[in-house]
Design a protein around this ligand. Structure first.
Ligand code: P6P
Length: 338
């Protein structure tokens, strides 16, 4: 069963309604009469950032912004020119939103403290990977933006501590996939909704509500080049799956791989490897947001057998964690082999 497409609503007139992401955000806000609107403003900043980044991604080769800037980011990875452009766009759009107290990015070693006063509306922290899978850009492959929103922990002594909350505390999470079309997938804890950018109007149009990930699909997604350095349980799982005719799909960009699984089912893994003993993916702005999305869609997201990613207690904003995420029955199969 694929993701639910906009199901006809109660009256025929409304079954063809066109709902933009902006309208959807305001519809959700109207459920909370006491809402100040700050949260909605943050989501709209992410929406405009997605449009701006999409525009740069689509023109990367024409504008000669492919390739690296010649230095490394905090992860020790070559920083792509578009990583810097996307990061700058997000910092500047979110910087203009009163509700954002702190932002943290894969591209910035330290969190950026936007507002230190403790006034009531400085309620949120936004964490993001501005351009996930950016090495795919040079070959016109899929890339994405991943974001996570936490409430600022007013009790914490310093901003960094305010960020170090479990993924289960997220108030919203989502991603943008810059693929054959530009897709914005969002959850605010009430299910998962999907929007596609109509470039003719520059608007994200809602195309699916309350998405449900298929419970099974004989497809796994992992970089098998690392197979010999995986812990033995993962290797046993891969043999088990291949004996049962599983197919393998791997885009080299988490957003693309998890999006495919959200729609069609399957399981994505980034296990511990010799090079990345704790896994490669970052907890705070890759694993946590994707885990919230997948769990909200009825799937599972583990860092180890019996350990939900959303329950991992962070100690550093850039810490890494092993990832097993996707259809509930497929994740269980992997865990059973570990
Ligand atoms: P590898 C992209 O660099 C990324 O962070 C994820 O988007 C992706 O799933 C993973 O790393 C790919 O890593 O080692 O397979 O190239």
């Amino acid at each position: 069963m694929s993701a639910m497409i906009d199901t006809p609503v109660d009256t025929p007139a409304r079954s063809n309604e066109i709902v933009t992401l902006q309208a959807h955000i305001l519809q959700q806000q109207s459920r909370y009469p006491e809402a100040s609107g700050q949260f909605s403003w943050i989501l709209s900043a992410l929406a405009i950032s997605a449009k701006m980044i999409a525009s740069h991604v689509r023109r990367a080769r024409l504008d000669d912004v492919l390739g690296t800037v010649g230095n490394q980011n905090v992860q020790g990875e070559q920083q792509q020119k578009l990583d810097v452009i996307a990061n700058d766009i997000l910092l500047r759009t979110l910087g203009g939103r009163e509700g954002v107290a702190i932002v943290a990015s894969e591209e910035n070693e330290e969190p950026v403290i936007l507002r230190t006063d403790d006034s009531a509306e400085r309620k949120y922290c936004v964490l993001f990977d501005p351009l996930d899978g950016s090495s795919n850009l040079d070959v016109c492959g899929a890339v994405g933006t991943i974001f996570s929103i936490l409430r600022k922990d007013r009790r914490s002594p310093d901003p960094q501590a305010s960020l170090l909350q479990c993924g289960a505390e997220q108030v919203a999470a989502g991603y943008v996939l810059y693929g054959s079309s530009t897709v914005f997938v969002l959850t605010i804890g009430l299910g998962v909704d999907m929007f596609v950018l109509d470039p003719a109007y520059g608007a994200f149009i809602r195309v699916a509500r309350g998405m449900q990930i298929p419970k099974t699909n004989k497809c796994y997604s992992v970089n098998e080049g690392n197979r010999l350095s995986f812990p033995e349980g993962y290797q046993k799982y891969l043999s088990w799956a291949q004996e049962r005719g599983y197919s393998s799909r791997y885009a080299g960009a988490m957003v693309a791989d998890v999006h495919r699984i959200l729609l069609q089912g399957g399981v994505f893994m980034y296990p511990p490897t010799r090079k990345a003993p704790k896994g490669k993916l970052r907890l705070m702005y890759e694993a946590n947001p994707m885990a919230m999305i997948v769990e909200q869609a009825g799937g599972k997201a583990l860092s180890a057998p019996g350990e939900r990613i959303l329950d991992v207690r962070p100690t550093d904003i850039h810490q890494r964690v092993p990832v097993i995420i996707g259809s509930s029955e497929e994740v269980d199969q992997v865990a059973a082999h570990l």
